[in-house]
Design a protein around this ligand. Structure first.
Ligand SMILES: [Zn+2]
Length: 279
């Protein structure tokens, strides 16, 4: 029965195609859809400070650190997506004596020895946000846990992590953007490998997030553009209550991809068995 055999072969090919398509969708997390935290900054510019101890052992001066971190802030400040610009603005306030997450009403970036850091051992960056009862940010600190083996650099070698890209990710949390499911996005929840500088370039998912959450006027003039709120964006289910300190910690590695692959395998097995039962 060649016809039915051909039909079966065609169905099998279609199944394989659907399996691959489903796997791709599962792996990429579906549509472009950024997520956001419940808190917002009420006004700009937001002033940030650098801990005066800098990044010990890196060879970088405070001025060099300030330049690199300003580059990361600028990625969000200069964001433009489909003609929409962001209202976020930052100002450097100088150096202060505040190493770690210290509630002092100053937004401080510091580099803390991993040996004395209370965060997760495999974290590359932590952002701790304190909000008021209306979910406006009162203070946000960014901490980079450092060690001899976990090094950040503006020009990363094969064993180093990209300081600007990782700072850009943490600043995303700082302004209220949660982890994206788009693997190429700066706000993807799993850090790229050592030496990978791709996070220093925001993807459309990141740009849409900041221009949606903080719509502003574009520097080239013209009227203030208010971005349309897309229907596919989501508030994070793990959103903390107002008035509480919330912590977002980010890790190195590729565990997210492995999890996505296993979810895809389970999904495909269920789907395939369901098709067989109905055949
Ligand atoms: Zn993160």
């Amino acid at each position: 029965m060649p016809r039915s055999h051909d039909g079966f072969a065609m169905m099998t090919r279609n199944r394989v195609f659907l399996l691959l398509a489903a796997a791709l969708v599962m792996q990429s997390g579906g549509a472009l859809a950024y997520k956001y935290h419940p808190y917002r900054w009420q006004s700009f510019p937001v002033t940030w400070y650098l801990d005066k101890s800098g990044y010990p052992g890196s060879g970088m001066s405070l001025e060099q650190l300030q330049t690199a971190l300003t580059q990361a802030f600028d990625l969000w400040e200069n964001a433009k997506y489909q003609g929409h610009c962001s209202a976020v603005r930052f100002a450097f306030g100088g150096t202060v004596d505040a190493n770690g997450n210290i509630p002092d009403e100053k937004n401080v970036i510091s580099f803390v020895s991993m040996a004395s850091y209370p965060g997760t051992p495999d974290s590359l960056g932590d952002t701790v946000v304190i909000t008021d009862s209306q979910n406006y940010v009162v203070e946000a600190d960014i901490v980079f846990p450092i060690s001899e083996t976990r090094r950040l650099s503006v020009n990363p070698g094969a064993e180093e992590y990209d300081l600007v890209g990782i700072a850009a990710h943490q600043i995303g949390h700082f302004i209220g953007i949660d982890h994206s499911q788009v693997p190429q996005a700066t706000m993807f929840g799993v850090f790229p490998s050592a030496g990978d500088t791709s996070w220093g370039t925001p993807e459309s998912d990141d740009l849409q997030a900041v221009t949606d959450l903080y719509p502003g006027s574009c520097p080239e003039g013209g009227d203030s553009v208010v971005a349309d709120a897309p229907s596919d964006r989501q508030a994070s289910p793990d959103a903390g209550p107002g008035g509480a300190a919330s912590r977002w910690s980010c890790r190195a590695g590729r565990s997210g991809d492995v999890l996505g692959a296993w979810v895809a395998v389970v999904f495909l097995c269920v789907w395939f068995l369901g098709r067989r039962r109905h055949a």
